[in-house]
Structure formats: structure tokens, C-alpha cells
Design a protein around this ligand. Structure first.
Ligand code: SF4
Ligand code: SF4
Length: 489
């Protein structure tokens, strides 16, 4: 009750650090959401989420209908992908992935037939009549992952926990510069977002539901408030600061509570979902529409026509660059995501995936590439900016020296890779790159240690079995010898 009273009274909290980079949301956020249309070929990454890819259900040469599942999940962390339109699966092969590694990986390639024919659909008029398990299954089957960028399976976050959920927080903050996909979605589809939130509430049964929007989006706030007739959903404007949209930071702003180190929001009774995910949940449950398209911001001065547009999942970035009039400079950078947390694409053939919220094509004048890395001057500006209260310069030294124990003891894995430290660093040290590499190294070392431990257990179990069999054999022989001896006697 005190949380509800505080929020009703307009009481908010803060978080350590944070920065105020130029927002640069215009001109992309000025016009209505457009429609990117259909490319000649859709490239569907089998793995678009945190978890394993689901099992293939189709073969090359097969005709598929719009919305048809192309893979099937064997466990909750597997998320299916669906055909964004009708057509023919022309190949199942490795293609450039939408991933910072720039590697190729398994993809389904769909050639649209132009008919856009749906599979049979089964809309639900009254979701309230269904229990949470049925709705969770429907959300899972629709392939809904978090649309905020992280790609965590949406239904897993909503599963029942031992601890009751105190607050369901809907994240409409969208704090990263340039990106305005959620902003436009909130302005243009507030009723569907609110219906999605009502479905989430029906599943999670929270005590409090808060929809948080940064105060630099007054039109979105006004549209949501005008459409909201549910007094159980509080719509709250939070101050503009980067990275307020981080899950842990948003929880702290709204509740004053911190997610424990190595913990999850659910550990303190919180569930956070993005506004785009709430919209996708509404479409999945009510309209039986799987996650086959999303709003993508096309931003940066190199685009002739920046804006927000509906894009089919699987659309190659190259198609969008052409369609929206990219005028490339020499060595034009194409960034997937925003300038703080995005990554430079290695290939424009990489596809849009469920977590792709922005394609950024900045000119050099607008967003100069980072200069040469200089020595750390121990100014501690990075520590002042860090929203996770870490010591970024210490992490930097430990990462350089590959001191994994110290990185762990300094909570490297609490780093949300927001880039605030690198943004303020006067020595232009690409701190986040160091942390990403260090995290990958530690994970790899952990995997190898686990494999070695498993191999050791297997070896020891085999040795024990051989010893046991030897002892049993010996006992049998001794018994047979004793019986022989007895018979002879
Ligand atoms: S901001 Fe850069 S130069 Fe200053 S302490 Fe941090 S890493 Fe070193
Ligand atoms: S990238 Fe990590 S270390 Fe740097 S400010 Fe963000 S959370 Fe802190």
C-alpha cells in the first residue's frame, strides 16, 4: 500500500549516476509510423532471443502461410519463429546474423508469394475467462520476446513465482538517444498497449501496476492517459535521464528498492515488461497474431527519410537502407540499436530480429567515430556516471590484465553495458568493449571448467564402476573356486 500511496502522491526516487546525452529523437519521431513493405526475401534467424533456438518444423521448398510456426519449442527457453507472410522456404542455411559478433548462423530464407495469406486464426474475445497457464502458453506459442532489446522470453518472466508480485512495471521510458519506436507506438496505439497490460495483470495478479514514461514524451503520456479507463493502472512520468529505462534503474526510480546483486526483479516482487511487449501480448492473445513484425526507428542524418516504420521480422537491413534513401558516406557506419548500447553491423544483409528497435545511420559530422584511446587519468568521472554503482576504471584495469577473480569480486556482471562510463571518459577509452570481452572470456572459462568437472565426474564414475566390476568378478571367481574345492572334497 505504501508503494501505491507514494506513487499516487508523485513520489519518485533516483539512481546513482546517469548522464544526459543529446536526445536527437527528432526528426524520426515527428511523423506517423509508416510501413516498410515486403522485401523479395525474408531471412529469419533461428535464434533471436536469450535461450536456445527451437526445433525446425519445415523443410526447404515447403510452402508456408502467414503466421505459421516454422520452429517448435521443446522447453520454455526455446522461442518459435513464424512466417511473417505466405511464401516458399527457399533455403535453410547460414547467413550473416544480427549480432555484434558479425558471424553467420542458421537462418530460414522465405520468398514471399505476395498473397499474404494467413493460417487459420483463433481470436479470443474474453481472455478473462482463461487461466494464466493457458495465456502463458499462448504467449509462448506466439514467439513473444521482450521488445526492449534484451530478447528475454516474455512468458518466462510472467511465470508464477513463490514470492507474490508486488508491482508490474511497464517500461515506456525509451531513454536511449535517437530511438522513438516505443514513443510512436504509445502515441498511436495506446488502447492496445493498455489492453496488453490488462492481460499481463490478469496473469501476474500484481498489487500495483505502473506504466512509466519519460517526461520528454508528453504526447505519448497524454495519449495513454486519455485512453486509460482502468484505475488500477498508474501512468507515471519519470524524469529524463539516461539510462532510466534499464530494468534495475527503473525499479529503483519507482520503488526506491534495489535488485540484489546477482538477483532478478522477481526476487523483490517485481516484473518489468516493455510497452512494445505489452502490445505484442495483446496481439498474440486477442488477435492470435504471432510476433512477425515490429516498429523500427530509422534514424541518423544519412537517411533521406528518417522515421518509424512497421517492419516484418526477417527484413534485411539493406532493404531498409534503400527504401528509406540512405545516402552513404565513405565507410558509412550502420548501427543496430542506439548510439549508447547498439553495435555496428558487419553486414547490411543481416536481418531485423524481434529485438531490433533502431537502425542508426549517422554521418561523421553528427556522431564522430571514437578517437584514439588515451591513457586513463584516474579522473573517476566514469564511476560518477555509472548507474550500477560500479568502479568502471577498476574494471578496466582488471579486464586488461584478465584478472577474472577481481572482475567477479568487483561485480562485472552487474554492468548493464549502458555506455555511460565510456561517454564521459575524457581519454576516450571504449570501456564497454573491454567489459564485453571480459564477460565473454569469463563465461567461456566457466563453460570449460564445467565441462572439465563433468569429464572428471564421468572418469571417476567409470573408475568406480570398473573397480566394482573387478571386485564382483573376483568374488564370483573365489566363490566358484570354493564350490569346486568343496565338490572335490
Ligand atoms: S573516466 Fe576514463 S580516464 Fe577517467 S578514470 Fe574513468 S577510465 Fe580513467
Ligand atoms: S557500462 Fe557498465 S560500468 Fe559503464 S556505466 Fe554502464 S553499468 Fe557502469
Amino acid at each position: 500500500m505504501s508503494l501505491l500511496q507514494d506513487l499516487n502522491a508523485g513520489k519518485l526516487h533516483g539512481f546513482h549516476g546517469g548522464i544526459h546525452p543529446p536526445e536527437r529523437k527528432a526528426p524520426a519521431n515527428q511523423g506517423p509510423i509508416g510501413d516498410a513493405g515486403l522485401p523479395d526475401e525474408l531471412v529469419l534467424q533461428l535464434r533471436q532471443h536469450i535461450g536456445q533456438p527451437a526445433r525446425l518444423k519445415v523443410k526447404a521448398g515447403e510452402r508456408v502461410l502467414k503466421g505459421q510456426p516454422l520452429t517448435e519449442p521443446l522447453n520454455p527457453m526455446m522461442i518459435p519463429v513464424h512466417a511473417p507472410t505466405s511464401g516458399i522456404i527457399i533455403a535453410i542455411e547460414d547467413r550473416p546474423l544480427c549480432h555484434p559478433s558479425g558471424l553467420d548462423g542458421p537462418c530460414l530464407v522465405l520468398r514471399p508469394d505476395g498473397e499474404d495469406l494467413w493460417r487459420p486464426r483463433f481470436p479470443i474475445a474474453d481472455y478473462q475467462a482463461l487461466n494464466a497457464d493457458v495465456l502463458l502458453e499462448r504467449i509462448h506459442a506466439a514467439g513473444v520476446t521482450g521488445l526492449g532489446g534484451a530478447g528475454f522470453p516474455a512468458h518466462v518472466k510472467l511465470m508464477p513465482r513463490r514470492k507474490a508480485i508486488e508491482a508490474l512495471i511497464i517500461n515506456g521510458v525509451e531513454c536511449e538517444p535517437y530511438i522513438s519506436a516505443d514513443d510512436r507506438l504509445m502515441r498511436e496505439h495506446p488502447a492496445e498497449i493498455l489492453e496488453g497490460i490488462a492481460i499481463l495483470r490478469h496473469i501476474v495478479q500484481p498489487r500495483v501496476t505502473v506504466l512509466a514514461v519519460e517526461d520528454n514524451k508528453p504526447e505519448a503520456l497524454a495519449a495513454l492517459r486519455a485512453a486509460n479507463d482502468d484505475d488500477q493502472i498508474l501512468i507515471v512520468a519519470v524524469p529524463t535521464k539516461y539510462p532510466s529505462g534499464g530494468e534495475k534503474q527503473l525499479i529503483e526510480i519507482l520503488t526506491g528498492r534495489q535488485v540484489p546483486h546477482n538477483g532478478l526483479p522477481a526476487d523483490i516482487g517485481m516484473v518489468v515488461q516493455n510497452v512494445g511487449t505489452a502490445f505484442a501480448v495483446k496481439r498474440a492473445v486477442v488477435d492470435d497474431e504471432p510476433l512477425i513484425r515490429r516498429v523500427v526507428t530509422l534514424a541518423g542524418d544519412a537517411f533521406a527519410e528518417p522515421g518509424n516504420t512497421w517492419v516484418h521480422i526477417g527484413t534485411p537491413v539493406r532493404y531498409l537502407l534503400k527504401r528509406y534513401g540512405l545516402a552513404p558516406e565513405p565507410e558509412q557506419r550502420i548501427i543496430m540499436g542506439g548510439p549508447m548500447m547498439g553495435f555496428t553491423l558487419h553486414s547490411a544483409s543481416a536481418p531485423i530480429i524481434k529485438g531490433s528497435n533502431c537502425v542508426l545511420a549517422p554521418t561523421r559530422a553528427e556522431l564522430p567515430p571514437p578517437g584514439d584511446e588515451l591513457a586513463c587519468i584516474r579522473c573517476s568521472q566514469c564511476a560518477d556516471a555509472c548507474p550500477a554503482s560500479l568502479l568502471p576504471q577498476q574494471l578496466y584495469w582488471f579486464a586488461r590484465a584478465q584478472e577474472h577473480d577481481k572482475l567477479n569480486s568487483h561485480n562485472l556482471f552487474d554492468c548493464i553495458e549502458c555506455g555511460a562510463c565510456a561517454y564521459v571518459c575524457p581519454s576516450q577509452i571504449p570501456l564497454v568493449q573491454y567489459y564485453r570481452v571480459a564477460k565473454a572470456d569469463i563465461r567461456q572459462a566457466q563453460r570449460e571448467a564445467e565441462l572439465a568437472e563433468r569429464a572428471k565426474h564421468r572418469f571417476e564414475a567409470r573408475q568406480a564402476r570398473l573397480e566394482r566390476e573387478k571386485a564382483e568378478r573376483q568374488a564370483r571367481h573365489e566363490k566358484a573356486a570354493a564350490e569346486r574345492k568343496a565338490r572335490m572334497a
